[in-house]
Design a protein around this ligand. Structure first.
Ligand code: G4P
Length: 536
C-alpha cells in the first residue's frame, strides 16, 4: 500500500529567508504547455492579474525590438528571463528557459542557476526529444525534478504508460502524488494517492480538495459515469497504490525520484498541487562550487555569479542587464561588491527584481534570488561578485560551436564598430567570437543556426551594421590546454593559421574536419582539447 510519507518540510515557514526560497526552471519540449503553466503559476503568485499576460508581454516587447521579431515569426521563446513571485510562505524565482534547441547554450547556463526543475510532459506525447536533452543536463547537475503531466483534458495516454516511459527512458523512479480521474473528455479531477482527497475539475482550483473515504467512495461513480468506468478506475488506482514507489524526499533531492502531478495548465487544474509540492519538496538554495571552496547559502558575506547577460531589453534605455544568482549572504542595494575577474569594486546601486510585467529595485536579495544588475559592459557571463574574497564560481559553461562563419562587413569603414559590437555580443553569450592569429576577419561560432540570424538582426538593428556570413574552411574548434605554457606555444607555432583566441584570450584550435581534429588529438598527447569551457 502506498502511503505518502510525511516529507520533512523544506521549511518554508522558517524566518530564515534562504529556507523560503525556491529557485527553479521549467523544462519541456515546445508545445507541451510551459508558457501556459508559467502564466498559471504567476497567477497563483499574484504576479499577474490576467492569464495571457506572459504572451501579451512578449508580443509587446517584440514590436519594440527588431531582433525579437524572430521570436514572433517562429513562435518560439528566445529570451531567458526570471520571474519572482511569492506564494504561501515561499519566494519563488522562476527562470525561463528558451524553448528552442538552437538556444541550448543559454538554457544550459540558466540551469546552472536553479535548484530544482519542473518537467512538463504532454500527456498524449510523453517524453519528447527536447525534454530528454534538458533532463540530461539536470541530471549532470543533480537537479531534482518535479513532473507535471499536462493536457489531461485532451486525448491522453494511460497514466501507467507515461510513468513507465519516464522510468525507462530517463532511468528515474516515479512517485505519483495525484492520480487522474478519467482522461480526455472524461477527465473529472485528481485523487490524492494515499491522501483520500479529491480535486474536482468542475470546482475552482481555489476551492481546494474534498475528503473521500478511499477509492471505494461513491463520489467516483458520480464522476466517472460511463459504464464500468468507475470500477475500472478503482482497479487502476489500487494497482498504482500497491505497485508504485511512494514519495521519498531524500531520493527526490538526490535526483533519483520524481514526484508526479497530473493536470491541465490550460484549465488551471492541478497547478496548485504542483506549486504546493514545490513549496514542500523542492530544495532551498544549495551550496555552490567555487574554485577554492564550496560556498554555503547561509554564509554571511554576499557572493554571486552572472549566468546571463541581456542587452537592450528596452531600446529606449539601451540598457544591459546582467542576471546574477546570489549564492550567499545578503545583497543590499547600494553595496560595494568586488568583481573578481578585474579585482575592481562595483557599486550595486540599482539591482532589480523581475516580475511578470514589471521590474522593481531590489533593496535586498538573498541566496537563491536572481537579480538584474544594469551595467554598461562591466559584467560578463561567468563573472563572480563577492564582498572581497578571491573566489570564482565554476560551472557556467561555454560550448564549442557547431557552426562557424566568417563575418563579411558590407561597409569596410565600420570595422571598428563591428569589433566593439562583436565584443558585446560575445560577452552576452549570443555568439562566440574567435580572433584568428593570422589577422584575418573575426570568426563567429554558434551552437545553433538561429543564433546567426539573431546576431545579424541585432547588428543591424542595434548598431546599424549590415553584415553577411561567409563559410570558412573550419568546421570545428576546441579550446586547448596543457600542463605548461611551452607545450601550448609549441602547438600554436605549429598551427599558425588554424589558431585563434576567444574573447578572454584563451587559445582555440580550429580544424577543417572532425577527422583532422582527431588526427591532431592523437598526435599531440600533451595537449588537452576541450569542447566545454568554464567562463571565468
Ligand atoms: P510551450 O510554451 O511549451 O511551447 O506551450 P504553450 O503553453 O504555448 O502551449 C502550447 C499549446 O498547448 C497552446 O495552444 C496551449 O493553449 C495548449 N495547452 C497548454 N496546456 C494545455 C492543457 O492543459 N490542455 C489543453 N487542451 N491545451 C493546452 P495553441 O493553440 O498552440 O496556442 P494558443 O493559441 O492557445 O496560445
Amino acid at each position: 500500500m502506498l502511503m505518502q510519507t510525511d516529507p520533512r518540510p523544506a521549511d518554508p515557514k522558517s524566518a530564515d529567508p534562504v529556507a523560503r526560497r525556491r529557485t527553479f526552471a521549467i523544462i519541456s519540449h515546445p508545445d507541451a504547455g510551459k508558457t501556459t503553466l508559467t502564466e498559471k503559476l504567476l497567477l497563483f503568485g499574484g504576479a499577474i492579474q490576467l492569464a495571457g499576460e506572459v504572451k501579451a508581454k512578449r508580443n509587446r516587447v517584440s514590436t519594440r525590438s527588431d531582433w525579437m521579431g524572430i521570436e514572433k515569426e517562429r513562435g518560439i521563446s528566445v529570451v531567458t528571463s526570471v520571474m519572482t513571485f511569492e506564494y504561501g510562505d515561499c519566494v519563488f524565482n522562476l527562470l525561463d528557459t528558451p524553448g528552442h534547441e538552437d538556444f541550448s547554450e543559454d538554457t544550459y547556463r540558466t540551469l546552472t542557476a536553479v535548484d530544482s526543475a519542473v518537467m512538463v510532459i504532454d500527456a498524449a506525447k510523453g517524453i519528447e526529444a527536447r525534454t530528454r536533452k534538458l533532463f540530461e543536463v539536470c541530471r549532470l547537475r543533480d537537479i531534482p525534478i518535479v513532473t507535471f503531466v499536462n493536457k489531461l483534458d485532451r486525448e491522453a495516454r494511460d497514466p501507467f504508460e507515461t510513468l513507465d516511459e519516464i522510468e525507462k527512458t530517463l532511468a528515474l523512479d516515479v512517485a505519483p502524488i495525484t492520480w487522474p480521474i478519467g482522461l480526455g473528455r472524461n477527465f473529472a479531477g485528481t485523487y490524492e494517492l494515499g491522501g483520500n482527497r479529491v480535486r474536482r475539475l468542475d470546482a475552482a482550483d481555489d476551492a481546494g480538495t474534498i475528503p473521500v473515504s478511499g477509492f471505494a467512495d461513491p463520489l467516483f461513480d458520480e464522476l466517472l459515469t460511463e459504464n464500468g468506468a468507475a470500477d475500472a478506475w478503482r482497479e487502476e488506482v489500487e494497482l498504482a497504490e500497491g505497485g508504485l514507489k511512494s514519495f521519498d524526499l531524500a531520493a527526490f533531492r538526490e535526483g533519483h525520484l520524481t514526484p508526479v502531478f497530473f493536470g491541465s495548465a490550460l484549465r488551471n487544474f492541478g497547478v496548485r498541487d504542483l506549486i504546493d509540492g514545490l513549496a514542500r519538496f523542492a530544495p532551498p538554495p544549495r551550496g555552490q562550487e567555487a574554485d577554492k571552496r564550496a560556498v554555503q547559502p547561509s554564509e554571511p558575506k554576499m557572493t554571486g555569479f552572472v549566468f546571463k547577460i541581456q542587452a537592450n531589453m528596452d531600446p529606449n534605455h539601451r540598457d544591459r542587464i546582467a542576471f546574477m544568482r546570489v549564492c550567499s549572504g545578503m545583497l543590499r542595494r547600494g553595496m560595494k561588491a568586488k568583481l573578481v575577474r578585474t579585482g575592481k569594486p562595483m557599486s550595486l546601486s540599482a539591482p532589480q527584481f523581475f516580475f511578470a510585467q514589471d521590474r522593481a529595485i531590489a533593496d535586498e536579495a538573498y541566496a537563491g534570488d536572481v537579480v538584474g544588475i544594469p551595467n554598461h559592459g562591466t559584467l560578463r557571463i561567468g563573472d563572480t561578485l563577492t564582498e572581497g574574497e578571491e573566489i570564482v564560481f565554476r560551472g557556467v559553461p561555454s560550448f564549442a560551436p557547431e557552426i562557424m562563419r566568417r563575418i563579411k562587413l558590407t561597409d569596410a569603414m565600420k570595422a571598428k564598430k563591428l569589433k566593439e559590437a562583436l565584443q558585446q555580443m560575445g560577452e552576452e553569450g549570443v555568439v562566440q567570437v574567435f580572433i584568428p592569429q593570422d589577422g584575418s576577419p573575426a570568426i563567429v561560432g554558434v551552437v545553433g543556426a538561429l543564433q546567426l540570424d539573431v546576431l545579424k538582426e541585432r547588428l543591424q538593428a542595434e548598431y546599424g551594421l549590415p553584415i553577411d556570413y561567409e563559410t570558412t574552411r573550419f568546421s570545428v574548434c576546441r579550446w586547448i590546454e596543457a600542463e605548461s605554457e611551452a607545450e601550448i606555444d609549441k602547438f600554436v607555432n605549429a598551427h599558425g593559421s588554424a589558431m585563434a583566441s576567444d574573447l578572454d584570450g584563451a587559445p582555440v584550435f580550429m580544424a577543417t574536419t572532425a577527422f583532422s581534429l582527431r588526427y591532431e588529438e592523437e598526435r599531440w598527447e600533451k595537449i588537452r582539447f576541450t569542447d566545454v569551457k568554464d567562463y571565468q
